[in-house]
Design a protein. Structure first.
Length: 249
């Protein structure tokens, strides 16, 4: 079974995000970038399938500028066999990414595509669903458990008040939730070995995709600064303030 796994380059989740002074976007100058955490979980899921003898090849794909190769090398160090960077310049919106991924799927013919459920920069939660629609493949989003049984995929999803179990025919799309697994760290020897693994660069034109902007970013605003707290003298003063100032009771 061939598994395609998607890897997005985003601001490292530990970084406190700054907004540009003109509010045109988030300031990426000198900011540490990393693999989107849900993509790390997707890579780990693919590697576990390979370790279990269920997957034969893992292809990692990233859409964006050449800098994405850094995250692809990380995926290769974690256990992916090959990388593909789709050189789109700045990453397009989810529909553009989904169209590019659909073209890679047409060429690579994987049995399973594993994506993160969400990118932590745009919080879109759209790419996996759009890819499934474009390919007309079954999808299981927000997977918290994944198993292959008799050539079919069993996926558990956490839903309000319980768990939902799905069975899917392959080929299929899965998007990962936080509890699916705990991603490993890449070891130094594997980081070194990853430098020699194949990494191909493809352009949208080569894939036959014309990118079109479907949305326009108008403005980014930082959240309001948190106000300092105060100490109240008594429970009755607290209740009074909750009523008159916070208006929560
Ligand atoms: P989103 O729909 O933007 O929230 O992204 C959901 C998932 O789609 C991410 O976790 C990635 O696995 C994948 N994805 C989105 N954008 C890209 C990209 N530019 N390159 C590779 N994968 C992507």
């Amino acid at each position: 079974m061939k598994v395609l796994v998607t890897v997005k380059r985003v601001i490292d989740y530990n970084v406190k995000v700054r907004v540009k002074p003109d509010q045109s976007d988030v300031d990426l100058a000198n900011v540490k970038m990393a693999m989107n955490p849900f993509c790390e979980i997707a890579v780990e899921a693919a590697v576990r399938l390979k370790e279990a003898g269920l997957a034969s090849e893992i292809v990692a794909v990233s859409v964006g500028p050449a800098a994405c190769q850094e995250q692809l090398r990380t995926a290769l160090a974690l256990g992916a066999d090959r990388g593909i960077q789709i050189d789109s310049g700045e990453a397009p919106d989810p529909l553009g990414v989904a169209k590019l991924l659909a073209a890679v799927v047409a060429a690579e013919k994987p049995d399973l595509v594993i994506l993160g459920k969400q990118s932590i920069d745009g919080d879109n939660n759209q790419t996996g669903q759009m890819l499934a629609a474009l390919l007309d493949w079954p999808q299981a989003t927000f997977a918290s458990a994944l198993a292959l049984e008799a050539g079919r995929l069993r996926v558990t999803r956490e839903i309000d008040g319980g768990l939902q179990s799905l069975e899917l025919n392959l080929p299929a799309i899965v998007t990962t939730d936080l509890r699916l697994n705990e991603p490993r760290y890449a070891s130094l020897p594997n980081i070194m070995k990853a430098k020699k693994k194949p990494l191909e660069v493809k352009s949208p034109v080569e894939l036959g995709v014309t990118l079109k902007a479907h949305t326009r970013l108008l403005k980014v605003e930082a959240p309001a600064e948190r106000q300092g707290g105060i100490k109240v003298g008594s429970v009755s003063e607290l209740v009074e303030k909750l009523k008159s100032e916070a208006k929560v009771i």
